[in-house]
Design a protein around this ligand. Structure first.
Ligand SMILES: [Zn+2]
Length: 306
C-alpha cells in the first residue's frame, strides 16, 4: 500500500500557495530534488514511524491544496549542459523503465490520457470498473487532456486508488534534436525537453496538488539524452512491457489477450481517453483472469524498477 508522506505535509502546505511557480522548491536545499530522492520509489515513507506511545496527531486535512510529493524544480537543470545530438531513438533507449523490480505476482496497469484532437474523451466505464473492483492503476495525463477534463482529473487524482504520472505538455516524442516518429515531430532541443515535461508538471501540481515522479512521453519515444534530462529533473521515465490496447485500437478480445501475457512485474500500457474503444471491456475481462492466476494490481511506487 502507498504510504502518504505525512511528515512533509506541514511544510508543503506552506508551499502550496506557490504551486505552479518555478520558485517553489528552490527555497531551501531540503526542498530540492536530490539523487537520493530520485532513486527512492515515490510514495515510500521518508521518515521512520514514531515510537510506540507517541501521540498520533489528529487526522490532517486533505485536498487539492496539499502536495503529496516535493514539487519538482527545473532550477538546477541547465539545458546548456546537454548535447543536442543523441545516438539512440526508440521506446526502450538507455534509462527507460519497462518493468517492476520484483518477483512478486504484481502487475502495474498504466492508462494514458493523451488529449489532442481525437483524444480528450474520458472512459468512465473503465474508471468505474477499476473503482468497483478496487484495481489500483497509474494514470499518465497529458496537459491537453487535463485542460479538457480538469474537474474529472482533480477527482481522479484525489482518489487513493490511483497514482498519477506526467504524460507531457504537447504530447511530443522526447528528443534533443527534433527527431520524429509516426509523423509527429519531437521536441527540438534540451530546453524544449524541459518545457515538455515541466509545463504539464506545473499544471498537474496546480490542479491535483501533487507532483508526479514518473514521466512517459507522447508516443513513448525518446533519445537517451532526453531521458537523462528527465532523470535529472527527478523523474523515472516509465514505458511498458505489455502493449495493452495499441493506442486504443484493440477490440476487447485483443485487449484481454494482450493483458493475459502479463508476468510478475509487468507494466501494461493502455488508454483511458477513448471511451468507444475496446479497452474497458477488455480490462474487465482480463482483471478476473489475472487475479485467478494470483496476480494482484499495484500502482507505480510500490516497487522499484528493473
Ligand atoms: Zn499518449
Amino acid at each position: 500500500m502507498r504510504t502518504p508522506v505525512v511528515a512533509r505535509r506541514q511544510f508543503l502546505l506552506g508551499c502550496a500557495a506557490l504551486v505552479g511557480l518555478p520558485a517553489c522548491g528552490v527555497g531551501g536545499a531540503d526542498d530540492s530534488p536530490t539523487r537520493t530522492d530520485r532513486t527512492r520509489p515515490a510514495g515510500s515513507p521518508t521518515t521512520t514511524a514514531p515510537p510506540a506511545g507517541t501521540t498520533t496527531p489528529a487526522a490532517e486535512p486533505t485536498g487539492a491544496a496539499e502536495l503529496t510529493e516535493t514539487p519538482v524544480s527545473a532550477a538546477d537543470v541547465d539545458p546548456a549542459d546537454y548535447p543536442t545530438t543523441a545516438s539512440e531513438w526508440g521506446e526502450q533507449v538507455t534509462g527507460v523503465r519497462t518493468r517492476l523490480d520484483t518477483r512478486d505476482s504484481v502487475v502495474a496497469l498504466t492508462f494514458d490520457a493523451c488529449g489532442g484532437p481525437n483524444g480528450v474523451g474520458y472512459d468512465a466505464a473503465l474508471i468505474d470498473f477499476l473503482r468497483t473492483e478496487k484495481v489500483p492503476a497509474t494514470l499518465f495525463v497529458n496537459q491537453r487532456w487535463i485542460d479538457a477534463n480538469e474537474a474529472t482529473f482533480a477527482d481522479l487524482a484525489a482518489d487513493p486508488l490511483f497514482a498519477v504520472g506526467n504524460h507531457g505538455t504537447a504530447h511530443r516524442p522526447l528528443s534533443v534534436s527534433g527527431r520524429e516518429v509516426y509523423g509527429i515531430a519531437g521536441t527540438g532541443s534540451p530546453a524544449e525537453v524541459i518545457d515538455e515535461i515541466m509545463i504539464n508538471q506545473a499544471t498537474i501540481e496546480r490542479v491535483a496538488g501533487l507532483s508526479p515522479r514518473w514521466f512517459r512521453s507522447g508516443t513513448a519515444y525518446y533519445d537517451e539524452v532526453a531521458v537523462r534530462i528527465a532523470q535529472d529533473l527527478g523523474f523515472e521515465v516509465v514505458n511498458y512491457d505489455v502493449l495493452g490496447d495499441a493506442g486504443a485500437t484493440f477490440d476487447a478480445a485483443q485487449v484481454a489477450a494482450a493483458l493475459a501475457t502479463a508476468q510478475p512485474g509487468s507494466i501494461p500500457l493502455l488508454h483511458m481517453n477513448h471511451p468507444a474503444s475496446g479497452t474497458a471491456d477488455g480490462v474487465a475481462q482480463a482483471v478476473p483472469a489475472l487475479r485467478s492466476r494470483g496476480i494482484r494490481f499495484v500502482p507505480l511506487g510500490d516497487h522499484g524498477f528493473a
